[in-house]
Design a protein around this ligand. Structure first.
Ligand SMILES: C[S@@+](CC[C@H](N)C(=O)[O-])C[C@H]1O[C@@H](n2cnc3c(N)ncnc32)[C@H](O)[C@@H]1O
Length: 281
């Protein structure tokens, strides 16, 4: 679970029991299906799925299940590194009765072990954990390093799609897209207004109710060869992407998830500086 948003577990929640109860929706050996997901997961006697898409960091699975309901000929692989999320997502899949969504415990650090070249037609990053500090930046899914990995498993023309409440993470990702040799397909700083019918995730619902705007983009590997030695030139601390002046900071009605303390510190620092400037006059 990401900082500050630990799932409140029901009193009788026993992880092992849950994982067992919903095991039919969970794939424990994803490496075995590398290169074969579309055919191997299709119902017996049915044609292979038209596409395979990955919901990376799926949380409790609402987005993957709703997407699967809307597109029955596409296989949605919902992956999360947290066993609790896997259990919740698997429960949702079982209760939906949908055949075209499967939950996989795994880390986005290792997608190349789970999928073969060109196997995925989309990787969704819905509200990925922002890891705002520089020293944790290597854990971000929205980063040049991951984009370089993802391009190995994406089909030609396939997309990485990011949705986030975090303007700093979004602006950071905009710097990463060209470094990894991707083209920006579209971007939106108010995706709920621009795409009101898109399925939403648990975080989108929860943070939206708290006043979050949704920043979203789609990017696809560019037509040229992959950058051979991409160099990270962007500022890694997400604090650097926050507005620095007091007026804009004061105007921020909503502090991005995981960055509330940083916003408060910046605001206090700006207030102290303003007070110091006034005392000098
Ligand atoms: C903020 S939650 C968002 C969950 C869901 N996508 C949503 O929008 O409601 C981020 C999720 O990413 C998962 N996560 C973080 N790092 C991961 C990684 N390296 N691989 C897979 N999942 C990861 C976390 O366990 C968490 O469930």
């Amino acid at each position: 679970m990401p900082h500050g948003m630990h799932a409140r577990l029901p009193r009788n929640f026993v992880l092992e029991e849950r994982l067992e109860r919903y095991a039919r929706a969970i794939e424990l050996a994803p490496r075995d299906w590398r290169g074969r997901w579309a055919a191997a997961c299709a119902p017996l006697g049915a044609a292979p799925y038209r596409e395979v898409r990955l919901d990376l960091g799926c949380g409790k699975g609402a987005f993957a299940v709703e997407s699967a309901r809307r597109e029955p000929d596409v296989l949605f692989v919902a992956m999360d590194s947290e066993p609790i999320c896997v259990a919740y997502a698997a429960q949702r899949v079982c209760e939906s009765g949908l055949p075209n969504v499967i939950v996989v415990p795994g880390t986005g650090m290792r997608v190349r072990e789970f999928f073969s070249p060109g196997e995925l037609s989309c990787i969704y990053l819905n509200f990925p954990t922002p890891f705002p500090r520089k020293r944790e930046a290597h854990k971000r899914m929205a980063s040049m390093e991951r984009l370089m990995d993802f391009r190995e498993v994406l089909a030609p023309g396939a997309e990485v799609r990011l949705r986030t409440d975090s303007q700093p993470l979004f602006d950071f990702m905009l710097t990463q897209v060209p470094i990894a040799g991707y083209d920006l397909v579209w971007q939106s700083r108010d995706a709920r207004a621009d795409f009101p019918d898109a399925p939403s995730s648990e975080y989108e619902e929860r943070l939206g109710a708290q006043g979050a705007r949704v920043f979203a983009l789609a990017a696809t590997p560019g037509p040229g060869p992959a950058p051979e030695h991409p160099v990270q030139t962007a500022e890694l601390s997400l604090a650097a992407y926050l507005p620095q002046d007091l007026e804009t900071l004061e105007g921020l009605g909503y502090a991005p998830h995981g960055m509330q303390a940083t916003v408060t510190n910046l605001r206090n620092r700006a207030l102290r500086e303003a007070a110091r400037d006034r005392s000098r006059i």
